[in-house]
Design a protein around this ligand. Sequence first.
Ligand code: SAH
Length: 456
Amino acid sequence: MRTVRALQRLRGVLVRPCPPPLFVRSWSVAQSQSFSSSSAEKPMPGNSMLRHLTSKIKATGPISVAEYMREVLTNPVMGYYVQNDMLGPDGDFITSPEISQIFGELLGIWCLSEWMGAGKPSRFQLVEFGPGRGSLANDILRVFSQLRGALGGAAVSVHLVEVSPKLSQVQAQCLTGDQSQVSASEDEPVYRHGTTTTGLPISWYRNLDDVPRGFSIYLAHEFFDALPIHKFQGTEKGWREVMVDIDPDEPGKLRLVIVPAPTLASTQLIQADEKRRHVEVCPEGGVIVQRLANRITEDGGAALIADYGHDGTKMDTFRGFKGHKLHDVLASPGSADLTADVDYSYLRRMAGATVACMGPVSQKDFLKNMGIDTRLQVLLRNCADPSTRAQLIQGYDMLTNPLKMGERFQFFTMLNHSRLTRPEPEQSKGGKKMAPVPKKGPAPLPVAGFSELGLS
Ligand code: SAH
């Protein structure tokens, strides 16, 4: 089955309307702040995260931007992600799966296509990192359910890696209705489990290491941009780390400083041939990619990473979002989202040669290659309501327009090498000399999204 046929078989059911266009976290013309300035906003009175950070800095000195981000976003008690449901009209930003159901449907077809390209293994794990409100997984599972016949009897299971108990509840409601239970002990690797509304087993984990091994398709949409980055500045004395300190003029405020001496990070994380003067590195993202590469090599499968990012060219991209507006990264920490563009050249380097990497390609190209135009036409054909039709068209424009999300968002994949190689013909395997030259095995299926859609 090729993706076009899958698209034609997907019924034109309209499941959810698109929300009104809101702020997306892609790079905007206005930068949140220059790395060397201090926070412009007055701190919120009683900001417990700010108190926690200032006492930490008083005790040990300036902290790295990575530590600042980690505390602000994922501190188990006060962290932004732990406390908030930040997506949607009442939140701080909106993402592609929230904008249009077509996004998740096409990713569902991508997952199926990769499972087929791998020879239809009998067990198939769908693993998603940072599933937000669960909308992407929900749209994918609807595709799996509608194309059940194509999946044959494969045993499909769903595995979500989510740090936020609050968001895991929202995801469970979306994906299982009331069919999920929280684990008895906080220390359990599976902290929630249940059955999806489409009848599949589903589990929640805090870490990839806890997800069972086996053939898996891994998805990460707007996940890597939320992982902590270190920031470095090239100086006359060499690379120096940019850190977060207390502003000596206003002790209730934070500022960014360039520390005078090298740090472990500044000596380890910069490439010898680095040409930029300012660099952001996300070692946590690198470790996750290495673990994914190991799993894909040993167990089979593929990973699809989609985020706003660059290929090792951008410099100062660290920024904050609050209420659909850019927000000073140091002001009222814990009340706003923090993010940095994903450096795909770094991820590719960390993945190494054990897996095949493709991309990054722009979201516009990926979705067009996946058949977004065909899918939009099918949905419009099945929809008479003028306002829903307008929303579908608006969502399509938001996702693909180069001036909106079309160019800024990028897709990158890691695949098991066997996925791209022509299987050896049986006769040549024994090492015997054969004449004439045996025919090669069938060509592997193209990787959907990264090349134009197959039309058979
Ligand atoms: N993928 C969703 C949500 C993106 S927001 C979408 O596109 O709509 C980032 C998501 O990653 C949230 O669900 C957040 O709670 C989760 N997250 C952030 N840091 C994490 C970490 N270190 N480990 C696991 N999940 C994390």
